[in-house]
Structure formats: C-alpha cells, structure tokens
Design a protein around this ligand. Structure first.
Ligand SMILES: [Fe+2]
Length: 193
C-alpha cells in the first residue's frame, strides 16, 4: 500500500522535536500509541493515537502543503489528509483532539497537569471551552475517543524510553485503511460536480 509506505517514511525521516518538548514528533506519536495499546484500546484508537499529530508533518513540509492544497490548523490538516485513506474511527478523534484538550481544561486539576508548552498552546487554540462549546462537543459521536486520545497525547512525551519503531505498526496502520471500494467512492464523489 503506497500510502502506508508514505506515512512510515515521514516518521523515519522527520526528526523535529515536538514543540517545546524533549521528544521528537515521531517519538511522541509512537508513545501515545503505545499507551493506547497498554490500556487495551481498540486498533482504531491505537491508530488514531499514532497518527494524531500527522498534520505537523504536513505543516513542516511546505512543498507537500502546496501539492495537496492544504491550509489550516494541524488537527484539521491531519484530518483532511488522512480522511481519504482511514476509517472514521481513526480520523474523527484526530480531528477532535485539540477540542478535547479545551474541553478537559474546564477541570482545573486537568489544566494543572499539562506541560508548560501545552498550557501556552491552549491559549492559541482558543482557550478553555465555554458551556455552549462544551455542550456541542459532547454531542459529537467520537468525543469520548478524542478525550482518551488526548490523555495519551499528554502522557506521550517522555525522553529516552524504550520504544517501538514505526515499522512495528505497519500491519495495524494497514488494517485501518478504508477498503478499496470505499476509497474509489470517495475519489469519484470528489471529482463529481
Ligand atoms: Fe500530540
């Protein structure tokens, strides 16, 4: 599957640090997936954790951005790119993971455990959700998965620990692709007026 090779290659070649943290972006996402695995999450949620910040790889690659005509926030970019390939159970929690942080921060004790960079980015992401935003958020189908993803996201930032390799997840990533018929349907829908 060409898309799986493309994704794995991004993890193997991008060594950028996760903003303000002591792990790379790739390590951070793999650690989040490992936490999901250790807590017996579904394969879809493990895959969502693994790919949740994929949008940062896209932002870091201006040529790629232009070629795919993408623009926006990292969670939207990841979602926009991945939605043509992966099941809703994978991409929807990715789309909602920043909203989940804004929702969880309504609880002061959750806010207190965030890392300093994550507290700073909260402001840029719109701050703590108000009651109306929270009500809308918890009406969404995948909000619970987004909250679980968010917690593994918060904890997957530990430097120098023994980790899996992205290639160890090849079969899992492949298992979460939408099947060939669905993929063709999406493509034809896209090009129809
Ligand atoms: Fe993250």
């Amino acid at each position: 599957m060409q898309i799986v090779d493309e994704i794995i290659n991004k993890y193997q070649t991008n060594n950028d640090l996760y903003i303000g943290e002591k792990v790379t972006m790739s390590e951070h996402m793999i650690q989040s997936a490992m936490l999901a695995e250790q807590n017996h999450s579904s394969e879809s949620l493990i895959c969502a954790c693994l790919l949740h910040d994929y949008g940062h790889f896209i932002i870091d690659d201006p040529d790629f951005l232009v070629s795919k005509s993408l623009d926006g926030k990292h969670e939207d970019m990841g979602f926009d790119f991945l939605k043509d390939y992966f099941k809703p159970e994978v991409i929807e929690p990715i789309k909602l993971h920043v909203q989940a942080k804004r929702y969880l921060c309504r609880n002061k004790s959750y806010y207190e455990i965030l890392s300093d960079p994550s507290k700073i980015s909260l402001k840029l992401q719109g701050g703590v959700m108000n009651d109306e935003e929270a009500r809308k958020f918890i009406s969404l189908k995948f909000y619970k998965d987004a909250i679980i993803l968010r917690k593994y996201d918060d904890d997957g930032k530990i430097p120098n620990i023994k980790m899996k390799k992205i290639d160890d997840y090849r079969n899992l990533i492949t298992s979460q692709l939408i099947n060939e018929n669905d993929h063709n349907r999406i493509i034809s829908k896209t090009i129809l007026p």
